[in-house]
Design a protein around this ligand. Sequence first.
Ligand code: PMP
Length: 409
Amino acid sequence: HPAFDVHAVRRDFPILQERVNGKQLVWFDNAATTHKPQSVIDRIAYFYEHENSNIHRAAHELAARATDAYEGARERVKKFINAPDVNEVIFVRGTTEAINLVAKSWGGQHVGEGDEIIVSNLEHHANIVPWQQLAAAKGAKLRVIPVDDKGQVLLDEYRKLLNDRTKIVAVTQVSNALGTVVPVKEIVELAHRAGAKALVDGAQSISHMRVDVQDIGADFFVFSGHKVFGPTGIGVVWGKREVLEDMPPWQGGGNMIADVTFEKTVFQPIPNKFEAGTGNIADAVGLGAAIDYVNKVGIENIARYEHELLVYGMQQLGAIPGVRLIGTAADKASVMSFTLAGYSTEEVGKALNEEGIAVRTGHHCAQPILRRMGVETTVRPSLAFYNTFAEIDLLVTVVKRLASARRNG
Ligand code: PMP
C-alpha cells in the first residue's frame, strides 16, 4: 500500500503548529473534537464570501448558490456513509440532537407502556439520557447490555434481553471512553429478528473506519461533523426512507412545510420535514469539505495508520509501572484510557498540559461504563491520523517521569 505520509497531512492542519506553554501542541483529544484542515476553513470562508444566502426560498442567484452548496454537502454525506438515497440524510446540530430527534419523534410514536429500549453499558450520556427521558414519559423500561472486564459487549447477555417488548436497540459503534469497537452489524441483525428497530451512534466511528450504513443495516445512523474534521454545530441523522417517512416531524416552523393554514399544515417530504427553520448552512458545507478531505487521504489509509499508532501507544503506556489501561478490548479504535497510581487523573492531565499535550481527563460523559470498570475518571489520550509515533513517545516520557517521581519520592 502507498506509504501514509503523516508529515504531509499535518501541514494541512494549521492549528497543529500552535504552541502551548511554550511547547509544540500535541493534540490527543480527538475523541472530544478533531481539528480542521485548511480546506474546511477555506470552504466556510468561501461560503460567506461568495454564496451566503438562505436556501430554498428565493429566486435570486445567491439563494441558488447556497442551496447548491448545501445540497452538495448532503450528497457528499450520502456517498460517504453509502446511504441509498440522499433524502435520507437529515442535517441536525450533532449526535446529541440526532438521538433526541429519533427518541422524540420515532420513540414518541412507537414506544408505549411496558415497552423496552436496549442500550449498551458503553454508551455516551447522549445515547442514554434521551432514552431514559422517553422511558419515563411512556412508562417504558431501559435495559442495558453488559460488558466484560475488557469492555466488550456480551452478546449472549444481549440475546437474553431481546423480547417482543423490545422496540429499539441503540448502541455506539465505538466507545468514546474505552475505544471498544462494537459488533454493531450483529447487534442490529438480532434486534431486527426480535422485531425491534436499531440506532447506531457513529460519533466515534465515523473518523476511524469505513462506515457503510447499508452493510450495518441499522434503521438510524447518527454522527457529528466536528468529530470528523468538520465544523461544530452540524451533524447527521441518516434513517431508512420508509422509517423516516412514517415519523412525525419533531420541530415545526419554516422550511419543513408544504402548506399552512390555521386549520392544518401539510409537511414537506424528507429530509425537509425534519429541518425546520434556517439550518446551519455554512457548516453543512464545511462538513462536505471535510468529507472531501477524508476521501482524499483515504479512510482505509487512516484506519491502517491509526491502528499501528494505537497498538504502539497501548504497549508503551501499558508497560509503565502504575499505569492501568482501562478498556482492553481485542477490537479498539483511537482511545487509550488509563489511570496512574498515586495521581488523580486531573494531576496527570495538568502535567501533560505543561508539556503541550492535550488529553481529556474526567468521566467523558460516559459515567456508567467507567463505574463498570471500577473508576470514576480516566486520563484519555485519543488518536487521529495526524498524530505521530514521536508524539506518543513524548506522552509516554511524561507519564513515566510522573510514575518514577512517585515511586522515588
Ligand atoms: N456519542 C458518542 C459516542 C460521543 O463520543 C459523543 C461526543 N463525545 C456524542 C455521542 C455526543 O456528540 P455531540 O456532543 O457532538 O452531540
